[in-house]
Design a binder for this molecule. Structure first.
Ligand SMILES: [Zn+2]
Ligand SMILES: [Zn+2]
Length: 184
């Protein structure tokens, strides 16, 4: 499970593969209770360390950017990260960090922890402006009623006198622009 002891795999020859079933509750960003993360990760011994690759699935609670209701958003995490050992598995000697700014490390007990990568990938694929559904109707700007639950009693926006003033202004500035274009 996670964290995974990879000392055997580090001793194995390059190209050796272990598959790991992931089924773990992980506290992802903006998620109080933690989310169940499931899937399979393939660990492969490389010349420099261990390559973790696999697709994990989870769901996070997000707030709809239009109607502000909470809903759970499914995420697919396509993990592909190389992990570098910090100590030599045979001699126990410290190993220099490779020139890899984003590289994750395997700790001195030869434990590989996918949690950090999972959190980063989840953050990356969580939508910035989530929508509870493609055609979310949002909230009424006047009374705040959730329009997904039906219409409110407010008059339609087109009849609001402030809007007609604004559209007159817009028309006037359009006309001005066209006039200027004509002069050029
Ligand atoms: Zn919504
Ligand atoms: Zn309303």
């Amino acid at each position: 499970m996670m964290p995974i002891n990879v000392s055997q795999l580090l001793k194995a020859s390059i190209g050796s593969i272990r598959n790991y079933e992931v089924s773990e509750i992980i506290a992802l960003a903006g998620d109080d209770g933690g989310s169940l993360v499931q899937g399979e990760v393939r660990l492969m011994r490389t010349d420099r360390g261990i390559l973790a690759k696999g697709t994990l699935h989870t769901e996070v609670e997000v707030t709809c950017s239009r109607c502000l209701s909470l809903f759970s958003c499914p995420l697919a995490l396509n993990i592909e990260e190389e992990y570098f050992p910090t100590t030599d598995v045979v001699s126990g000697a410290f190993l220099p960090r490779p020139d890899e700014p984003s590289g994750f490390t395997i700790d001195e007990h030869h434990v590989l922890d996918l949690t950090e990568a999972i959190c980063q990938y989840a953050l990356l694929v969580t939508p910035m402006k989530p929508l509870c559904r493609e055609d979310c109707a949002g909230l009424c700007p006047n009374c705040g009623h959730n329009l997904n639950h039906g219409a409110c009693d407010c008059p339609p926006q087109g009849t609001d006198p402030r809007w007609s003033e604004l559209s007159k202004l817009a028309l006037a500035s359009d006309a001005l622009l066209n006039e200027r274009k004509g002069m050029e």
